[in-house]
Write a protein that binds this ligand. Structure first.
Ligand code: ACO
Length: 228
């Protein structure tokens, strides 16, 4: 497996991978029924392309395979600045995609309520936005490697803080194993409308979203590399 930076010209192949993998299987997308059956979702794809533009995203490529299926996994990393969540939340008013709105009102609303910028006094955050591995390649450590290499990219670019909104128990485990800590949580059964109805009935075993963070200090090692 080769790991490399995602360039703008890789966008179509990356989106093709995400339609088959992340858009179909990520717990919140699955619950909302967003982009099921490999279909596209304009708002979600625009969100992915925004991250790729920051040029810190990575893909795992199976060199033995030709064409779009050669992408085994991706991690889309973007730069988060104060005010971004509020702006994105406001932008949701004009989206016609109700399912996309359900998901991103939860994520952006949570970021505003539990503000990492204020808490850690930083001006920018390395945001791990999308972690996705093709179902045919899962269980081989690809997500682990993508997170490990993302930590290296964050360090190389001088970030002091990383964050990830991990929506399922497996991604939460992966981030924690790389030294991420829980900053705040949102149980899915507490995300309700004004009648008390659960907005996103996420399937077990995923019961909550975790906002995780990792502080980056000079000379740190990835926790997975440290002897126990
Ligand atoms: N069941 C049990 N354990 C699992 C599972 C599973 N289904 N998936 C991962 N794990 C564990 C592994 O055992 C491993 O633990 P270890 O390090 O102690 O050995 C660890 O998680 C990492 O496993 P990897 O093989 O690196 O993970 P993989 O490459 O299979 O990818 C991922 C995991 C990304 C969650 C994949 O299943 C996927 O793409 N799911 C759909 C999209 C999704 O939910 N993405 C995360 C959303 S949060 C975000 O994007 C910021």
């Amino acid at each position: 497996m080769e790991y490399k930076q995602i360039e703008m010209e890789d966008c179509d192949q990356v989106l093709e991978h995400l339609r088959r993998s992340f858009f179909a299987d990520e717990p919140l997308n699955k619950s909302a029924g967003l982009c099921q059956n490999g279909s596209s979702c304009i708002a979600l794809e625009a969100h992915c392309v925004e991250a790729i533009k920051d040029r810190m995203s990575l893909m795992a490529v199976d060199a033995k395979v030709e064409g779009c299926c050669k992408i085994a996994g991706v991690v889309l990393n973007g730069i988060l600045r104060p005010g971004n969540a509020a702006k994105s939340l406001k932008k949701l008013d004009s989206t016609s995609d109700a399912d996309f709105r359900k998901i991103f009102e939860l994520l952006h609303g949570h970021s505003l309520k539990y503000n990492l910028f204020e808490h850690f006094a930083v001006g920018s955050i390395f945001d791990v936005r999308i972690l996705s591995v093709d179902s045919g390649y899962r269980g081989q450590g690809i997500a682990n490697e993508l997170v490990k290499q993302s930590v290296a990219v964050a360090k190389a670019n001088g970030f002091r803080l990383m964050k990830a909104d991990a929506t399922g128990i497996f991604s939460q485990k992966i981030f924690r194993s790389h030294g991420f800590e829980v900053f705040s949580e949102q149980p899915y059964d507490k995300y309700t409308d004004k009648h008390g109805k659960v907005i996103l009935p996420v399937e077990a075993p995923h019961i909550k979203m975790q906002q995780l963070y990792k502080r980056i200090c000079e000379g740190d090692k990835d926790d997975k590399e440290q002897p126990h």
